[in-house]
Design a binder for this molecule. Sequence first.
Ligand SMILES: NC(=O)c1ccc[n+]([C@@H]2O[C@H](COP(=O)([O-])OP(=O)(O)OC[C@H]3O[C@@H](n4cnc5c(N)ncnc54)[C@H](OP(=O)(O)O)[C@@H]3O)[C@@H](O)[C@H]2O)c1
Length: 248
Amino acid sequence: MTGAMIGGMHGASAQRAPLAIVTGANRGIGREVARQLLKGGLDVVLTARDAEKGEAVVAALCAEGLSPAFHVLDVARDASVAAFADWLRHAHGRCDVLVNNAGIAIDGWDTPLENLPLDVLQRTLDTNLFGVLRVARALLPLMRAGGYGRIVNLSSGMGQLSDMQAGAPAYRISKTALNAATRILARELADGDFKVNSMCPGWVRTDMGGPNATRSVQEGADTAVWLATLAEDGPTGGFFRDRQPIPW
Ligand SMILES: NC(=O)c1ccc[n+]([C@@H]2O[C@H](COP(=O)([O-])OP(=O)(O)OC[C@H]3O[C@@H](n4cnc5c(N)ncnc54)[C@H](OP(=O)(O)O)[C@@H]3O)[C@@H](O)[C@H]2O)c1
């Protein structure tokens, strides 16, 4: 994977492994994406909003022989995102891959949109949509400066307009809006070696997905890792599950 990845990069970037940032990487799919990227030979900055939880994961990955960097990042807080971007600029000076994984689902399956407390929608959007935008906007200057970028947005089939259902309306709206942001950013970054894609991991056994979900975190992380390491002729502005395009 790394050979193809580095082969697609230009200039000085081609000499070293790409640097990937993963948000919400202290558990669930984000942790596994970070792990698989490290195993694929990428440099990874694992981020989490809780330093202790993040550092515990770093220790566990180090015990596997992997070497992630770590920094605190709360995607819902402007100051945290600004501090992270500042640190990244000084400590690494680059950002090749951004996996926007951090997400929340705080409205229940039984909540009708009609009764959804607007603060629940606001908090959901603040993480699942504005969180992604905060981080992407803060890191895009570094990505553009490197002339190379892969942005992967962890979306969900629950945000598909083509199959929209009732239940968990705030979560659904946040993922539909995230998909729109994916398409807009992909168009804005159309000139150059940049890829911006959304993906659905399927129903995955995590704290969010619950124990009855049908997929392991390894399966859930696979398409995100694939999109994070696309070659220059790979797709952009798409929505994927199991490495295949799915309807918006
Ligand atoms: N599991 C599924 O079946 C499924 C299906 C479709 C899509 N997805 C999407 O996949 C992504 C990962 O889901 P998951 O199942 O791994 O969820 P999860 O187990 O609940 O983990 C969510 C992660 O996001 C982090 N997070 C939440 N708010 C954050 C914030 N403000 N700043 C930084 N990190 C924050 C959490 O950190 P804390 O530990 O600090 O809370 C945690 O690390 C989400 O975007 C989710 O919507 C999941």
